[in-house]
Design a protein around this ligand. Structure first.
Ligand code: HDE
Length: 741
C-alpha cells in the first residue's frame, strides 16, 4: 500500500537501508506530508485516503524519510526489500521462512470474491438525495419529512447478463441500485432502467438467467441475448412480451448511465404514523434527459472502449458535471388499484404517467467517485428488504422472492453475516443490537450483556425495542388456501406490449424491428424464430410482418395462443419514447474534433468556446497523439490518435483540417471509417471544405445532407453547436440502411 522512496524499483540489488531522516519512527503519520515532501512524481503517490492510518493496523505508521510511509507487511513489520524473495544463495531455492513473500502471495491468491450472479458488471458513485417536496402526509419515513434535507446516497449501475469483465454497451437491461443512508436505517431501492420485468414470479428467475447467460456447454455468447437459449425461454414465456418490447428498444443501449431513467418496478407501500398505507411506484428521471446510441454504434463502442459507460460517469463527476435525477412517485390507493386495467402486483405492467402523473419529490445528485472500486462498488450489498419505517412491501410475487434472494446472495459473495460492518454497507445512523461474532466481526457490542430481556438496567443492559419509532409492518389482512397458482389478473401478456410499441416514434419502431431481426437471426432453430413471430402477431401485425420479412420467414405463423385477447386501444404514452424526451441542448455531451496540422485556428477556437458555453466537452483527435500545429502556430495536444478515437465515442464530430491535412487523411482507412460511421450513425457532422476529400474517399461525399454542416469561420461554430443539440439526424437512417428500404 505504501511505497518506499527509492527510485528504480526494478533493480535486482537489495535496496539501501532506510533510516528515517526527518520523521521519528512511530511518529503520527500525516496524510498530507508525502504529497508535499516526496521526490516521487505526483501520479505515483498514494491517494490521501489510502495514506491514512489503516483500521486495525495501529494508530501510527513509520516513515522511510521524506515523509513517505514505509512499506510494511500486513502485521506492520517494515520491509527492506520488496523486489527479491529470500533465497539460499543468489540462484538457490526460495526459503519457506520468507514470511513476507508468503503473506504477499497468500493475499494475492485470495483477492477475488465471487462476482454477482447477475449484474456482475457495474459502476458506482456517491452522492446525496435532497427532498424537494415533503411526503409527510403519506409516510412516516424520515427521509421524506423535511424539505431541503440531504441524505447520503451510493448508486451502482450495471448490466445484467455479462460477467464482471464484459463490455459496457451490451444490449441489456441496466441496473439502477440506490442505497440511501437514512437516519432510520438504510433504504435500498434496487431498480432497473426499465419499469417492467420479464417474469411475474420469482421462482422463474433462475430459469430466465440461465437462459440469458452463456450456454452451459460452450460458455458463449458473453453478455448477449442473441442466442437460442434466451429466445427459446422467452418464446415459451408469454408474460415476458412487454419486457421484450423494452429490451428490443434503444433503452438497452443507453448513451450513458447519466441518460437513463430508473424505476423501482414493483408497487411498494408508503405507510403513515397511523398505519395507513398508500401504494407507490418510484421513478428516477434524468436531468440530462434520455439518450441512447444505435446498435451498429454500440457494437463498435464495445471494441473501441469497453469501459465507455464507466469512463463517462468517472469523467463527468470528476469534471464537475454532476449527474442528477429527480425522484418521482406515482401514488394511489386501493380504489385506483381496483379500477386499473391491470393488477398493480404484476411487475410486467406499468401505470402510464398519463393516467397517474408522476409527482417529483426530490433529487439525487452524484458528486463523488469512489476512492477504491473494490472496497465500495464491488463490496456494496444491496438488499431489497432494506426498508426504513414508513416504506413497506406489497405482495408482488417478484418482490417477495427478491426479499429472500438479496440477503442470501450477500452471504455467498461477501463470505459471512457481518457484511454490514464493511464501511460502504454500514448505516450512517446509530446501530445497536445483540448480534455478534461470525467471520470478520469488526463491531461486536461492548459490555457484559448480549441478550434481552435482561435485568441490567437501561445503562448496562443495552438497547430495547421502541414500539413507536420501530419498524411496524403494514397490517395487511391475508387469507386463502395455500396454492401454487398465478392469479387470473396476471393473464394479459400483450396489451401493454402493444401500448409500448405504438407509443414509439417511427424511427424507434424501426429500431425495435431491427433489434428483433438481429437477435433472432442469431438463433439457429427456425422454430424458435417462428414462435417469436407468433407472439408478435398478438402485439402488432405490422411489427410481426416486418420481423418475419427481415428474417426471410417463408410464411407468417398463426398467432400464439393468448390467455387474454390484446386490448388494442390503450392510449399511447409519450413518456415511453426516448427521442421525444431528448435534451434541449448539447450540455453534458461530447464533440470529437478531428484536426490536422495547419487547421484553422480561429475555427477551432470558436468550436471550443461554443462547446464550453453550453456545458459540453470536446476531445481532439489527430494523426499523432502529440497533437497538431494550427494555422496560427498554436500547438494543440490530442486526446486521441485517429485509430484510437473512432467517431462512435462522440455525440457529434467536426472535421477541421487544412488542405494538405485533408489530402493526407483521405488516404487513411481509420479516418474514412471515422466519417463513414459518423454519417451512418446519423450524427451531426461539421466539416471544412478541405475535409471533403476524406468524405469522397469514404464514399459519402455525394450524400451529405443538412446535418452535415459547413464550417468556414469561427462564426459558424456557435450555429453548429446549437444544431447538434438534436443529437441525430434520423431521416438519414432511411437512406443508409438496407432494412429501411
Ligand atoms: Fe435482482 N438480483 N433479482 N432484480 N438485481 C441481484 O443481488 C433477483 C430483479 C437488480 O448493483 C442479486 O446483490 C431475483 C428485478 C439490480 O449490486 C440477486 C429476482 C430488478 C441488482 C438478485 C430479481 C432487479 C440485482 C445478485 C427475481 C429491478 C444489482 C447480486 C425475483 C427491479 C445490485 C446481488 C447491485 C442483483 C436476485 C429480479 C434489480 C441474485 C431473485 C425485477 C439493480 O440477489
Amino acid at each position: 500500500m505504501a511505497r518506499k522512496p527509492t527510485a528504480g524499483t526494478s533493480k535486482a540489488t537489495p535496496a539501501a537501508k532506510i533510516i528515517p531522516a526527518d520523521v521519528a519512527p512511530g511518529a503520527p503519520f500525516s496524510g498530507e506530508s508525502p504529497q508535499k515532501a516526496s521526490p516521487i512524481p505526483a501520479d505515483a503517490m498514494l491517494s490521501e485516503s489510502f495514506a491514512e492510518p489503516q483500521a486495525g493496523g495501529g494508530e501510527t505508521h513509520q516513515t522511510a524519510g521524506n515523509g513517505v510511509a514505509t512499506l510494511t507487511t500486513q502485521h506492520g513489520v517494515p520491509i527492506a526489500d520488496d523486489q527479491n524473495s529470500l533465497k539460499q544463495g543468489a540462484r538457490g531455492p526460495i526459503l519457506l521462512e520468507d514470511f513476507h513473500f508468503r503473506e504477499k502471495i497468500f493475499h494475492f491468491d485470495h483477492e477475488r470474491i465471487p462476482e454477482r450472479v447477475v449484474h456482475a458488471r457495474g459502476y458506482g458513485a456517491h452522492g446525496f438525495f435532497e427532498l424537494t417536496d415533503s411526503l409527510a402526509d403519506v409516510t412516516r419515513a424520515d427521509i421524506f419529512q423535511r424539505v431541503g434535507e440531504r441524505t447520503p446516497a451510493f448508486v451502482r449501475f450495471s448490466t445484467v447478463a455479462g460477467s464482471k469483465g464484459s463490455f459496457d454497451l451490451a444490449r441489456d437491461v441496466r441496473g439502477f441500485a440506490v442505497k440511501l443512508y437514512t437516519q432510520e436505517g438504510n433504504w435500498d431501492l434496487v431498480g432497473n432502467n426499465i419499469p417492467v420485468f420479464f417474469i411475474q414470479d420469482a421462482i422463474k428467475f433462475p430459469d430466465l438467467i440461465h437462459a440469458a447467460k452463456p450456454e452451459p456447454d460452450r460458455a458463449f455468447p458473453q453478455a448477449q441475448t442473441a442466442h437460442d437459449n434466451f429466445w427459446d425461454f422467452i418464446s415459451l414465456t408469454p408474460e415476458s412480451m412487454h419486457m421484450v418490447m423494452w429490451i428490443m428498444s434503444d433503452r438497452t443501449i443507453p448513451r450513458s448511465f447519466r441518460t437513463m431513467e430508473g424505476f423501482g418496478v414493483h408497487t411498494f407501500r408508503l405507510v403513515d404514523a397511523e398505519g395507513k398505507s398508500t401504494f407507490v411506484k418510484f421513478h428516477w428521471k434524468p436531468k440530462q434527459a434520455l439518450q441512447s446510441v444505435v446498435w451498429n454504434e454500440a457494437v463498435k463502442i464495445n471494441g473501441a472502449d469497453p469501459d465507455f459507460h464507466r469512463r463517462d460517469l468517472w469523467d463527468a463527476i470528476n469534471g464537475g458535471d454532476f449527474p442528477e435525477w429527480e425522484l418521482g412517485v406515482q401514488l394511489f390507493d386501493q380504489e385506483f388499484a381496483d379500477s386499473f386495467e391491470f393488477d398493480v402486483l404484476d411487475a410486467t405492467k406499468i401505470i402510464p404517467e398519463e393516467i397517474l402523473p408522476v409527482r417529483i419529490v426530490g433529487r439525487l445528485v452524484l458528486d463523488r467517485v469512489v476512492d477504491n472500486f473494490f472496497a465500495e462498488t464491488e463490496q456494496v450489498a444491496f438488499c431489497t428488504q432494506n426498508v426504513p419505517p414508513g416504506i413497506d412491501f406489497t405482495n408482488d410475487p417478484l418482490l417477495q422472492g427478491r426479499n429472500f434472494s438479496y440477503l442470501d446472495t450477500q452471504l455467498k459473495r461477501l463470505g459471512g453475516p457481518n457484511f454490514t460492518h464493511i464501511p460502504i454497507n454500514a448505516p450512517k445512523c446509530p446501530v445497536a443490537h445483540f448480534q455478534q461474532d461470525g467471520h470478520m466481526a469488526m463491531t461486536n457490542p461492548k459490555g457484559r450483556v448480549n441478550y434481552e430481556p435482561n435485568s441490567w438496567g437501561a445503562t448496562l443492559g443495552g438497547p430495547r425495542e421502541d414500539p413507536v419509532r420501530g419498524f411496524t409492518s403494514f397490517a395487511a389482512t391475508e387469507e386463502g388456501p395455500k396454492l401454487r397458482i398465478r392469479p387470473e389478473s396476471f393473464a394479459d401478456h400483450y396489451s401493454q406490449a402493444r401500448q409500448f410499441y405504438v407509443s414509439q416514434l417511427p424511427i424507434e419502431q424501426k429500431h425495435i424491428v431491427d433489434a428483433l431481426v438481429f437477435e433472432l437471426s442469431k438463433v439457429e432453430r427456425p422454430d424458435i424464430r417462428a414462435r417469436m413471430v407468433a407472439h408478435l402477431l398478438n402485439i402488432d401485425e405490422g411489427l410481426a410482418a416486418k420481423v418475419a420479412d427481415g428474417l426471410g420467414l417463408p410464411a407468417l405463423p398463426p398467432p400464439a395462443q393468448a390467455a387474454r385477447p390484446t386490448i388494442a386501444n390503450l392510449a399511447p404514452s409519450a413518456a415511453l419514447s426516448i427521442v421525444a424526451n431528448g435534451p434541449p441542448t448539447f450540455k453534458g455531451r461530447k464533440l470529437g474534433i478531428l484536426l490536422s496540422d495547419g487547421a484553422d485556428a480561429g475555427l477551432f477556437d470558436g468550436l471550443v468556446k461554443a462547446i464550453t458555453k453550453v456545458g459540453a466537452v470536446y476531445e481532439v483527435i489527430a494523426p499523432k497523439i502529440g497533437g497538431v500545429t494550427l494555422s496560427d502556430g498554436t500547438k494543440v495536444a490530442a486526446k486521441q490518435k485517429i485509430d484510437g478515437g473512432p467517431s462512435v465515442l462522440f455525440d457529434a464530430v467536426a472535421v477541421v483540417v487544412s488542405e494538405a491535412g485533408g489530402a493526407m487523411l483521405a488516404t487513411d482507412a481509420a479516418t474514412q471509417d471515422f466519417v463513414r460511421d459518423a454519417f451512418g450513425h446519423c450524427k451531426f457532422i461539421g466539416l471544412t471544405q478541405e475535409a471533403e476529400p476524406i468524405f469522397a474517399k469514404g464514399g459519402i461525399a455525394s450524400d451529405l445532407d443538412e446535418a452535415c454542416i459547413a464550417l468556414k469561420t469561427a462564426k459558424d461554430a456557435a450555429a453548429f453547436v446549437d444544431a447538434i443539440a438534436a443529437l441525430r439526424h434520423w431521416p438519414r437512417e432511411l437512406k443508409v440502411d438496407l432494412d429501411a428500404k
